[in-house]
Design a protein around this ligand. Sequence first.
Ligand SMILES: [Zn+2]
Length: 375
Amino acid sequence: MLKRKTELFKLLGFKVSVDVSWGIILFLVIWSLAAGAFPAYYPNLTIQTYWVMGIIGALGLFISIIIHEFSHSLVARKYGMDIKGITLFVFGGVAEMKDEPETPKIEFLMAIAGPIASLLLSLLFGALYQAAVAIGLSLPIVAILGYLSAINLLLAIFNMIPAFPTDGGRVLRSILWWIKGDIRWATRTASRISVIFAMFIIFIGFMNMIQGNVIGGIWWVLIGSFLFSAANSSYQSLLIKQSFAGKSVKDYINPNPVTVPSHTTLQEFVDGYLYRYHYKMFPVTQEGRISGLITLNALKAVPQEKWPTMQVSEIMQKATKENTLPATMNVHEAMLAMNESGISRMLVEAHGKIIGIITLKDLLEFFTLKVELEA
Ligand SMILES: [Zn+2]
């Protein structure tokens, strides 16, 4: 995943961040409220009033989504699960879990907490709306309360669509898991159902477009396609998380990688290592111990005529946080780190010493074998 999020604030020990996509969405929400929904339902107000209503409405939606995500996070924390933070995306938010829930009951309670919070918010704003109408508060206030009641109901319903990675998808998986006691089967079945639901939503979108509701139809198709790809990729990542559950980097380390002595010339390095093994990174040894690494990119930066005279030691990189993982790190986190940095071969360090390397390729091969054996 790309690093495109900005931290906003910390509350109850959770970091709340927004994805950059949220800037665009926020504007779209304000705009569609100020120029679309509010003028349509409540005509004869001034343009300025509509824009203020749009901004307050969007802010209310934003807070509602944060409350929804917090309810997931608080339930997770109650059961001892670590939540790294909350990130707001295009379609709501995501509470980032480090681990998967241990029992179907915890997963069920955690997943259902969000939609219940949205439903309660909808009822609350609904009651305020009724009260505002009864005592005759001004129209803009009534309109905003009505909107917040409706949008929270919509959030609750949308999140309960049984398609990964929505809350409904997780609720479905937890029920299947509880019935059969087999999390792998439950994950597979739930994600198959998710894909069918996503295709059904895309189908509804096309039907709408054919019947002339083009914009509404496009929205359905977009949401369906988003769910379709998310269902597939979150199934993969759930499988990966499960396969490596409780495992750390040291369990998959290669303790005897091909290493390059630091006094090797770059030409010898190209002929004897690069062309022979085809890796993009080699650990470099000094006096028999790994002390850094050399990469294909570092070599490419050196003009070819210098290769016969320059030594590996001159362009090697020291072990740093960016290219070295601690042996105790959990494998799933290590894979995320490799993914984020784009470095798929990393040094492994324990007690201040480099003890080997870990590669994404080895991890994926192990994963493929495991899935094949257990299929
Ligand atoms: Zn949720």
